[in-house]
Design a protein around this ligand. Structure first.
Ligand SMILES: C[S@@+](CC[C@H](N)C(=O)[O-])C[C@H]1O[C@@H](n2cnc3c(N)ncnc32)[C@H](O)[C@@H]1O
Length: 221
C-alpha cells in the first residue's frame, strides 16, 4: 500500500485531475484573448512571463497523471528526503512528491509559486491530502526564492514553472544536487538551452526525453 494510491490522496487526485481536464488553457476565454503567436513568444521569453501566468492564474496546468506516477516512483526509488519544485500551481505534482516523502519516512519539499491565490489552493489541497507538514511553499518569483536558503543536498528537482527560465533555475539549485539526483523537466522543448545543457555529459548530467512531454535527467557524481 502507498500513500499515493490510498485514501485520502487517491480520491483527491482523481478529483483534481478531473477538474483540470475541464479547465485547460484551450477552453479559457482570457487565454484565447491573447493571440496564439504572442502566447508562443511569451512561452519562450525570459521576460514578460508574469503577464502570461497572470492570464493563467485560475488554471491548474498540472503534470499528466503518468508524470505524477513517474515522480512518485523516482522519489521512492531514489529514497528522496529533500525535493525542490519549481512551479507549484494547485499542488498536484506536489501531492505526488510529498506522498513519496511520506512513504520514504519523511523529508522536506520546497515548492515555489508566485500567484498567491494558487499558493492558497495548493496549501488547501496538501492539507486535504494530509501532507502539508512536509511542504514549504515559497511565495514569489522562484528566481529570488530559490536563490537563498537551499538544503545542502537535494535528491530531486521538478522543473514546471516558466519554461524559458529552466536554465536559470537549474543554475541556482545545481550546486546542491547530490550525485544521482533526478531532475524532471516538464515540456522542456520550450527551452532548447536547457536541453543542450542537460544532454551534454560534459556538464555533469545524463538525460533522456521520456513519455513525450518530460526530460528526465540525472546528476552525475
Ligand atoms: C505548469 S504550472 C505548475 C503545475 C504543477 N507543477 C502541477 O503539476 O500541479 C506552472 C506554475 O508555475 C508558476 N510559475 C511560473 N513561473 C514562475 C516563477 N518564475 N516563479 C514562481 N512561480 C512560477 C505559475 O504561476 C504556474 O502556476
Amino acid at each position: 500500500m502507498t500513500t499515493l494510491t490510498t485514501a485520502p490522496l487517491a480520491l483527491l487526485l482523481d478529483r483534481l485531475f478531473k477538474e483540470a481536464e475541464n479547465a485547460t488553457p484551450a477552453t479559457s476565454p482570457i487565454v484565447n484573448s491573447v493571440p496564439a503567436e504572442e502566447r508562443a513568444r511569451l512561452m519562450r521569453s525570459k521576460t514578460g512571463y508574469l503577464d502570461l501566468y497572470g492570464h493563467l492564474k485560475d488554471l491548474p496546468l498540472p503534470i499528466s497523471r503518468e508524470t505524477g506516477t513517474l515522480l512518485y516512483m523516482l522519489a521512492r526509488s531514489g529514497r528522496a528526503r529533500t525535493i525542490v519544485e519549481y512551479g507549484t500551481s494547485f499542488g498536484i505534482s506536489t501531492l505526488h512528491l510529498a506522498a513519496a516523502l511520506r512513504d520514504n519516512g519523511g523529508g522536506r519539499l520546497i515548492g515555489t509559486e508566485f500567484e498567491p491565490s494558487k499558493v492558497a489552493r495548493a496549501r488547501a489541497n496538501l492539507t486535504a491530502g494530509g501532507l502539508i507538514d512536509l511542504v514549504e511553499i515559497r511565495v514569489g518569483d522562484a528566481l529570488e526564492t530559490l536563490s537563498v536558503d537551499l538544503p545542502d543536498s537535494i535528491d530531486l528537482l521538478l522543473l514546471d514553472g516558466h519554461k524559458a527560465l529552466y536554465p536559470e533555475i537549474l543554475a541556482l539549485v545545481e550546486k546542491s544536487l547530490r550525485p544521482g539526483a533526478f531532475i524532471v523537466a516538464d515540456n522542456a522543448d520550450y527551452s532548447p538551452e536547457y536541453l543542450a545543457r542537460v544532454r551534454s555529459p560534459a556538464n555533469g548530467y545524463l538525460s533522456t526525453p521520456f513519455g513525450g512531454d518530460v526530460e528526465v535527467s540525472m546528476r552525475l557524481g
